[in-house]
Structure formats: C-alpha cells, structure tokens
Design a protein around this ligand. Structure first.
Ligand code: DX5
Length: 207
C-alpha cells in the first residue's frame, strides 16, 4: 500500500474472494497489517448459482473468527432476502446486494436498514441503471460492477469509467463504489470520474 498516495488509499476497500479458510486468514492478515490500514474490508460471498463460483466461509464460520476489521458482505447470491440476516448476525456492518437478484430492492434495502446495517446496491455491467427516488432514499450507496461478478483478477469492462462519470453527473451526492478490475493504474481515473469507493481484490494483494 506504501506505493499508493493517501488520496487513493483512503478510498480503497480490500476485497477477499477466497476458497479456503487458510487463504481467508492469510488475506485478512495482510489487510490487518497493511499501512495505512483499511477501515473496511469486503467479503465476497458467492453461492455458485447467481455466479459460477463459490467462496469459503459461512456466516457462522466468519463469525467464529471474531474479525477485528469491520467488514461488508458482498452477496453474489440468488436469495439475498434470506442470506443478509445471517451476515448481519455474523457481524457485517454493510450488506451489498445485487439488484439483479431481487424483485423488490426497496423492500430489501429497508429490511437491511431495519436490521441496523447499511444497504449497498450492486449493479452488473450489463444492467441499465435507473435509480428511482424511492430506492435512492433507502440505499447507502451503489456499487458499480466493473466486471461480471464472481471472479477476481478480471479486466475492467470497457465503458465502466464513462458509466461512473454519467452516474456522478446525474446523482451528485450518491456514494458510488466500483468493484472489479480496479488497480493502481485506473484508481485515480476512477476517483476523477466520480467514484467514492474503490473495491480492490487481486491488485490489492499484489501491492
Ligand atoms: C467480482 C468480485 C470482486 C472481486 C474483485 O467478482 O465481486 O469483489 O473480488 O476482484 P478484482 O479486484 O481482482 O477484480
């Protein structure tokens, strides 16, 4: 992380997309010992149905680790209405759900808020973004996917930067995260385009 200016590192949310407890613990350790320390980490949760990958860690397994770094659960799952409760119980301070996995994002965002945590709505690259006022009222922010979700180490799809610029112009006060294909080469450009949070997986662990 030392190689990056603070003006960038303060926006970075490290993302853990792991397949074993050993890998998970190794990456959490890297995050905990990084300088500067990330204020939040994203735990990718893949169910093998919404995305063609599965990740290590049930909510109970993660809870049993008594993580000292605050985390959000990125639910790449078919049934977020059911899953979010377990991740709140596991200690997640934010829940990222995909708009593509729910018929009623307003209801889901409200339910996550009622559970006492912050709802973030993730939007896949091919999903048209049309944020109606009611959803804007309920969500804490959006997460613009720079890749088709499920795997780390992918290249950011063309048009992501433009998409963020358009969103920032349309929604000047909206918290806009970007996730997938974020690296030290595009980080500043993404911030300049209007992103406020940079979810970084493989590039973070290569720093
Ligand atoms: C995409 C995941 C991302 C991923 C980011 O499937 O939601 O959080 O782990 O990984 P990188 O930064 O390597 O694209």
């Amino acid at each position: 992380m030392k190689s990056l200016p603070k003006s960038i590192t303060k926006h970075i949310i490290p993302a853990l997309l792991t397949h074993s407890k050993a890998e998970f613990l190794k990456e959490i350790d890297i995050v905990k010992n990084a300088h500067p320390k990330a204020k939040l980490v994203q735990l990718d949760v893949a169910d093998g149905k919404f995305v063609h990958n599965t990740t290590w860690g049930t909510p109970a397994q993660v809870k049993s680790l008594h993580l000292t770094v605050p985390f959000e659960a990125h639910l790449m799952v078919q049934n977020p209405e059911k899953a979010y409760k377990y991740w709140v119980h596991a200690g997640a301070s934010r829940i990222v759900f995909h708009c593509e996995t729910t018929k009623d994002p307003i209801f889901l965002a409200k339910a996550i808020k009622t559970a006492g945590v912050k709802p973030i709505m993730a939007i896949d690259p091919e999903t048209k973004i049309d944020l109606e006022p009611l959803i804007l009222k309920e969500i804490y922010g959006i997460l613009v996917m720079g890749v088709h979700p499920g795997f780390g180490g992918q290249t950011m799809v063309a048009g992501t930067m433009k998409r963020i610029r358009t969103l920032r112009k349309k929604y000047p006060r909206l918290r806009i995260g970007v996730d997938g294909g974020v690296n030290i080469k595009n980080a500043q450009k993404l911030l300049d385009a209007g992103a406020t949070e940079l979810v970084m997986g493989s590039a973070y662990f290569k720093l």
